[in-house]
Design a protein around this ligand. Structure first.
Ligand SMILES: [Ca+2]
Ligand SMILES: [Ca+2]
Length: 466
């Protein structure tokens, strides 16, 4: 049976190689035939596979068990699990904990295999890996990591010294819903006749490959009006952009940059290219100008009250779904017109991952790996097609937006400094937003540059235990 892989947001890490910084992904298979996993056993005898998740609400956590009365993704998840149970006789159980990392560490330290898989936010894994709580997926028999149901982009970017402790893919959908888009207010666009600026709508600029950061800045800087006349431009005024801290990474990735990349030994390398430094400084110049205002968590009153032109949003939270305000969706801009593709940043705070706890008994490891494989494969035809439906559920009948979403999902990237807690990468930049100083962001990045060797050494030493 051939399964077409043409729906939006389902190609896990199918990136291209047009950038000198963001790496290529070479998954080109469009058929799943060759990847049908051979089950470890025909009958799992009613075995229960347990997944520990953060019980902090559906906004961040991937539904693992699903409900027949839930939304489309929850229903599809439920049906997937029922189908797997009927075929192989195993159960999937989700255990939610408000203090998920502590719960995992307590079980891990006691060597208890209460939770086989720990599915948290990406940023939770660095400390768990460095403290020795997770298994190296590259060493698990029966894991076929080349399969298209694993995210090849995270596979490359989430590994260290050729060890891989967390991955996402079709088994989970939060990575897809956490892909970042740029929303614009259609009413403001019309009212200010912004199609006249470049003789094109935003959709046309994107389609023709002309959607660049320079054009974005020009459009943003047409705003910044102190409408309540208190001398400051803030979320009560008229903004070109309402930005959140992770927008630094959205724009940086959009322009084909990565603060940290990896060398041939899969160790961290600090990228000090002039292009990266220029981009980071340009992003901050815009933030520090009068047309932008910092809003934490993408919750801008200005945007929702028709007073901001641009706002970054996850595909899950795209305001156009409710059409309040009337919003369109486009990718983040390129560096320049010679950049081949648009790139989308995947928000690591909302992305969950597949892992295997170190405390899983050696005799169970292959069984667990097989359950992950079978569930991932089954998800390709049950859950994944529903992701597109879910994103479009309330979307007005707008083929432009649908086409843009497909474009956004084509090249998804993470950020190593954020995922791996390398504090002199994104964290150093983030603190600049709110610390009130006007230090040059590229200089701040350069200050941390010499620490990369020490980080490589300490991460490597910590991982020697594996
Ligand atoms: Ca996924
Ligand atoms: Ca004001």
């Amino acid at each position: 049976m051939l399964i077409p892989m043409t729906v939006a947001c389902t190609k896990e890490g199918d990136g291209d190689n047009q950038s000198d910084v963001i790496g290529s992904d070479d998954t080109s298979s469009t058929e799943t035939d060759d990847f049908a996993p051979e089950p470890y056993m025909d009958d799992f005898g009613g075995f229960t596979f347990t997944v520990l998740t953060r019980g902090s609400g559906s906004a961040m956590s991937n539904d693992i068990t699903g409900e027949i009365t839930g939304d489309k993704l929850s229903q599809a998840t439920y049906k997937r699990n029922q189908s797997l149970k009927a075929k192989y006789n195993f159960n999937i159980e989700e255990i939610k904990k408000g203090d998920w990392v502590s719960a995992a560490k307590v079980a891990g330290a006691a060597g208890e295999d209460t939770y086989h898989m720990w599915s948290f936010k990406l940023r939770d894994y660095a400390s768990l890996v460095l403290e020795g709580y997770l298994r190296d997926l590259n060493k698990i028999p029966g894991m076929n990591l080349d399969a298209p149901y694993y995210d090849q982009s995270l596979r490359k970017q989430g590994s260290f010294a050729n060890m891989l402790f967390f991955i996402t893919g079709d088994m989970l959908y939060m990575d897809d819903l956490s892909t970042m888009s740029l929303c614009f207010n259609k009413a403001l666009w019309e009212e200010h006749k912004l199609s006249d600026v470049y003789g094109k709508t935003l959709y046309e600029l994107v389609d023709s490959g002309e959607w660049t950061f320079e054009k974005y800045c020009t459009l943003v800087n047409k705003f910044g009006f102190d409408i309540d006349s208190d001398g400051d431009v803030d979320d009560n005024d008229m903004l070109g952009q309402a930005y959140a801290s992770q927008d630094i990474l959205e724009f940086n990735v959009g322009m084909g940059n990565s603060i940290i990349s990896k060398d041939q030994n899969d160790l961290f390398v600090f990228n000090d290219s002039a292009k990266l430094m220029n981009c980071i400084d340009a992003i901050f110049e815009l933030y520090r100008g009068k047309a932008g205002y910092y809003v934490e968590d993408y919750t801008s009153t200005a945007f929702h009250d028709n007073r901001a032109l641009f706002l970054g949003a996850t595909l899950k939270a795209f305001p156009g779904k409710t059409n309040k305000p009337p919003s369109g969706i486009i990718p983040h801009p390129k560096y320049d017109e010679t950049q081949e593709s648009y790139y989308a940043f995947v928000h690591p705070h909302f992305t969950n991952a597949i892992t295997i706890a170190n405390a899983v008994k050696d005799t169970d490891v292959e069984k667990i790996a097989s359950i992950i494989e079978l569930t991932s494969y089954e998800s390709m035809t049950t859950v994944t097609p529903e992701i597109t439906e879910y994103i479009f559920v309330k979307l007005p009948d707008n083929t432009d937006d649908q086409r843009m979403i497909e474009l956004i999902c084509k090249n998804k990237y993470y950020d190593l400094s954020y995922t791996w807690h390398i504090d002199y990468g994104f964290e150093a930049l983030r603190s600049l937003i709110t610390d009130g100083t006007l230090r040059t962001p590229s200089a701040v990045l350069n200050e941390g540059k010499n620490q990369i060797e020490a980080t490589n050494k300490s991460y490597f030493n910590a991982m020697m235990r594996y």
